[in-house]
Design a protein around this ligand. Structure first.
Ligand code: PLP
Length: 402
């Protein structure tokens, strides 16, 4: 028997060369240096005590009283989280969802007809084209310009836009490049969206994790688009700001994300009302996590400082070990990843395979994120500093041997 499978799913089979080789090494129990662990609960298990789960057992959760927008107390607690970061937002402008990935999918359903296009930065988060394809939306890349740091390029945006474009995505700080939107870049994005009637979607899941600015000459960074400085707030662009517990608290398993709907009225109110109808169709956020949100956000300092310490220590190891070497660590402004530029002695694919098969190291290849040229690899800063130090040692020895 055969059935028809949807072509919305960009299915590429079960394995590729890398996953096949990885499977063989695992079958032989070869110890592997995994430098791409991005699950904080695996990278930092000691940070998570059972007491974190206590607020999830409120007896109030025995009653089901769904609210499409999300429980008010949860939204108030999220507004308070922004307030503690120096940002004022209206809890009435928040819509809760199960994750940022779900937020993307809802926004594509809100804004796009099948065949419409959304612009997204390249390099960036690899799930975006996949999410677009599932919603029958074309995800059209706008390449970021690289001159030692990845920049917004308005001419790339102009080039990528077509009559079918209905929204523009920005990830700040970007995954994996770690680059934040600078204020002048945000101004250009908002003006571009306003001029062309595009909605702006800003993914800020990593925005709390800022390192000291390695490029202060680039102008001030915009740490969040949730509340804009007054010069930007007057640009009439509808914007959706995304974040959630998976990175804010390092608790991806709790499945709570949110969308802040902002921009000129009455468009903002209509967009939110339509979004709430989508949310009402799924009602996907669990009651226990909504009730627990105020208490969970009170535990944020502990989780945030533990994760921040780990990524700072790891970044420092990379900076020390790679200084003056043939491997360049690109400037990291924020987020959980670091990008290394390797000498082009072999292709990126070959680097990946050699590092796996000869050095027993797992790294992400640059092509995974659509870097503009070869040869990049990406590592997770959640990796243990000692593992990254060992990874640098093996990588530099490999470079020497080629
Ligand atoms: C830039 C970016 N956005 C969104 C997500 C997904 O977040 P969530 O777990 O809320 O779906 C990730 C996960 O790594 C990410 O890197």
């Amino acid at each position: 028997m055969t059935v028809q499978f949807s072509s919305r799913l960009p299915w590429q089979g079960l394995t590729n060369r890398f996953t096949q080789l990885l499977g063989e090494l695992r079958q032989r129990d070869v110890p592997l240096l995994d430098l791409v662990v991005s699950n904080p609960t695996r990278a930092l298990p000691a940070l998570y005590s059972a007491s974190l789960l206590a607020p999830l057992s409120s007896p109030e959760a025995l009653r089901y009283e769904p609210s499409p927008q999300g429980a008010l107390d949860a939204r108030l607690a999220i507004a308070d989280y922004y307030h503690r970061r120096g940002l004022r937002i209206d809890p009435e402008h928040l819509v809760l969802c199960a994750s940022t990935s779900e937020a993307y999918s809802w926004l594509f359903q809100l804004l796009c007809n099948p065949g419409d296009a959304v612009l997204f930065p390249e390099p960036s988060y690899p799930l975006l084209p996949f999410l677009g394809s599932l919603a029958s939306v074309e995800i059209r890349p706008y390449p970021l310009r690289f001159d030692g740091r990845f920049h917004l390029s308005i001419s790339a945006l102009e080039h990528a836009r077509s009559d079918r474009t209905c929204a523009l995505l920005s990830v700040s700080p970007n995954n994996p490049t770690g680059s934040y939107l600078r204020q002048h870049e945000a101004e250009a994005l908002l003006s571009f969206c306003s001029d062309h009637d595009l909605a702006l979607i800003v993914d800020e899941v990593f925005s709390d994790y800022a390192f000291a600015d390695p490029c202060p000459h680039e102008g001030p960074r915009l740490l969040s688009c949730a509340e804009l400085p007054s010069s930007l707030a007057q640009i009439p662009a509808l914007r959706f700001v995304l974040s959630g517990f998976s990175k804010v608290l390092g608790l991806p398993q709790l499945k709570l994300g949110w969308i802040l709907v902002a921009g000129p009225e009455p468009l903002r109110t209509e967009a939110q009302a339509r979004l709430e109808l989508i949310a009402d169709t799924f009602l996907s956020v669990g009651t226990p996590v909504q009730l627990a949100t105020p208490a969970l956000l009170r535990a944020r300092d502990h989780l945030f400082s533990g994760i921040s310490r780990r990524i700072s220590d790891s970044l420092q190891v990379l900076q020390t070990q790679l200084a003056g070497s043939a491997v360049t660590l690109l400037p990291v402004e924020g987020g959980w990843y670091a990008t290394l530029r390797l000498p082009r002695l072999v292709s990126e694919e070959e680097w990946l395979i050699r590092l796996l098969c000869e050095e027993h190291m797992i790294v992400h290849p640059g092509y995974f994120f659509d870097f503009p040229d070869e040869a990049y690899v990406v590592v997770s800063l959640l990796s243990a500093p000692a593992d990254l130090a060992e990874g640098c040692r093996r990588l530099l020895a490999k470079v020497e041997s080629l």
